[in-house]
Design a protein around this ligand. Structure first.
Ligand code: ADP
Length: 501
């Protein structure tokens, strides 16, 4: 029960925000500080305005210059969203030889310093309107032709330490340093061991886990040393809360859903699709994209549903379910386009053989493209009717969000961020409405083919039998907001909370 108690608070004239916590009694009883974030009340007549923060991300991926998966997307799009709210956001990245330099504007040498037994050249440039510093140790560490896969612990450990040294030497004094996953986890403990008594003493370290599957030891250590930690969806945060790396630090651990950048993913301005579209002309726009997709891959130009799959091909992504979905779609008279690449050469080989077999048996109805191809992904998001994501576990997942931005209907396994963002049209009406949303896709439980069939059969059935309804669903998913609008505010709250220590 709530009771309203009017009270007067004397506020200093330069206070622009009041933070409240509530306690039942002075010493004990119920205590509510909004799970560590406090309740904020803005002061309307303050002579001061909010101080904007300086935030520096130290990361090993960043879209589109060095993207391997979702981590790269998030570093760019979260940074842009927070910058749009008035804060200063910069990124420090290794200068890989395989960097996609055409996406860097005004790249030039910024300085050079000696550290760790080598000279480190620092380049600066603009990526998607963000200032990015690229560190290039002259010992050739990042000149090995790839982001991951070569003695990475040592390379990234060196990168993290040199990034901190660069910040110190330049007296950047950021309010927040934000590091990501096992690869820049060392920032958390290197900062505490070497820099927390330095000129950077007031800096706070925030750590985000994008996937706990890799480098749990490093992640556990960063959890110990960071000031605040997040992972990329509320459900995944609950899924991993009992993990040894997380459990002792639950009080500083939050689940904040990822968003997508609506400017980077925008079917109205996308150069890789034939007809620009919004939710107003989604049917026409997607029809043109579907035709272009069918033409590109020699698929029959017939009026059938296309199921798209865009993924890293790893066990996490539910390989056996992906294979089953391909067969089931083809049996149901649909077409399939898969864009995927496997870091494991055995899986890559397996899919190459599957591609040969399927292209033979179902000629003109299926295409497997076994590579990484960003432009092609845009055409598949636009030209497909459905995007299937049958992950065994999924911290957040971006493909279902991009799919919806392009008016494609997600079909997902109910796990992690897929559960938080996809609401089944038949089973999740109440859950969606409790969040102010309408159902937006198809989902299934379990990890066997029955689950896939349950969702896919209903999806394809609706496409054939209820086309008007299906088109209204395409329009509806495009209208939903899966951008950073909300999550960026949550991150800013978190940064403020980190600074209170
Ligand atoms: P993860 O980070 O686990 O790979 P996410 O769903 O979080 O999965 O992010 C995947 C991102 O990578 C999306 O932007 C998706 O479009 C992109 N992607 C995945 N595979 C490919 C590919 N083969 N070609 C182009 N883009 C891809």
């Amino acid at each position: 029960m709530f009771i309203c108690v009017p009270c007067l608070v004397n506020v200093p004239p330069d206070a622009y925000m009041m933070d409240f916590v509530f306690s039942e009694w002075e010493e004990d009883g119920i205590y509510d500080n909004r799970n560590g974030m406090d309740y904020h009340i803005p002061v309307s007549d303050s002579i001061e305005t909010e101080n904007y923060m300086r935030i520096i991300h130290i990361a090993v991926e960043m879209a589109p210059v060095a993207k391997v998966g979702g981590l790269g997307d998030v570093v760019t799009s979260l940074s842009r969203a927070v910058q749009d709210l008035g804060h200063t956001v910069e990124v420090i990245l290794p200068k890989y030889d395989c960097l996609n330099q055409s996406s860097v504007k005004d790249l030039h040498l910024y300085q050079s310093f000696s550290w760790g037994g080598t000279e480190i050249k620092v380049w600066v440039g603009r990526v998607e309107d963000l200032t990015v510093y690229f560190l290039e140790p002259q010992n050739g560490m990042f000149g090995v032709g790839c982001v991951y896969g070569r003695n990475d612990d040592r390379r990234f450990g060196f990168f993290c330490h040199s990034a901190l040294e660069f910040i110190l030497q330049n007296e950047f004094s950021p309010h927040i340093i934000h590091c990501h996953d096992w690869s820049s986890a060392p920032v958390a403990w290197l900062y505490k061991e070497h820099y927390s008594q330095s000129r950077m003493a007031s800096t706070r370290v925030v750590f985000t886990i994008h996937n706990l599957e890799f480098g749990a030891h490093y992640i556990g250590k960063a959890m110990t040393y960071c000031d605040k930690a997040t992972t990329v969806s509320p459900t995944y945060s609950r899924d991993v809360a009992g993990h040894g790396a997380i459990a002792p630090h639950r009080e500083k651990f939050y689940g904040i859903l990822n968003g997508i950048d609506p400017d980077i993913w925008d079917p109205y301005t996308d150069n890789f699709i034939p007809v620009p579209y919004t939710c107003e002309n989604v049917v026409e726009g997607k029809r043109a994209a579907k035709r272009a997709l069918q033409q590109k891959f020699g698929l029959q130009q017939t009026d059938v549903p296309i199921v798209g799959i865009i993924t890293r091909l790893t066990a996490q992504k539910g390989i056996h379910l992906i294979k089953h979905a391909i067969h089931r779609t083809l049996e149901s008279n649909g077409q399939v386009v898969l864009l995927g690449s496997a870091p494991d050469h055995r899986i890559q080989g397996d899919f190459c053989r599957l591609a040969d077999a399927l292209h033979g048996v179902y000629h003109g109805r299926v295409k497997l493209v076994l590579t990484y191809d960003e432009p092609l992904s845009h055409l598949i998001y636009a030209g497909s009717d459905f995007i299937i994501v049958p992950s065994i576990f999924e911290p957040c997942g971006l493909t279902q969000l991009v799919a919806m931005r392009y008016g494609s209907i997600p079909i997902v396994r109910k796990t992690g961020g897929l559960y938080d963002t996809v609401f089944d049209v038949d089973n999740d009406k109440d859950r969606a409405r409790s969040l102010g949303l309408e159902p937006n896709g198809f989902s299934f439980d379990g990890a066997d083919s029955n689950g896939v069939d349950y969702a896919l059969n209903r999806a394809i059935g609706a496409w054939f039998d209820a086309r008007d309804w299906f088109h209204s669903l395409c329009k509806r998913v495009m209208e939903q907001d899966w951008s950073w609008n909300r999550p960026a505010l949550d991150y800013i709250e978190l940064y403020h909370a980190a600074r209170k220590f």
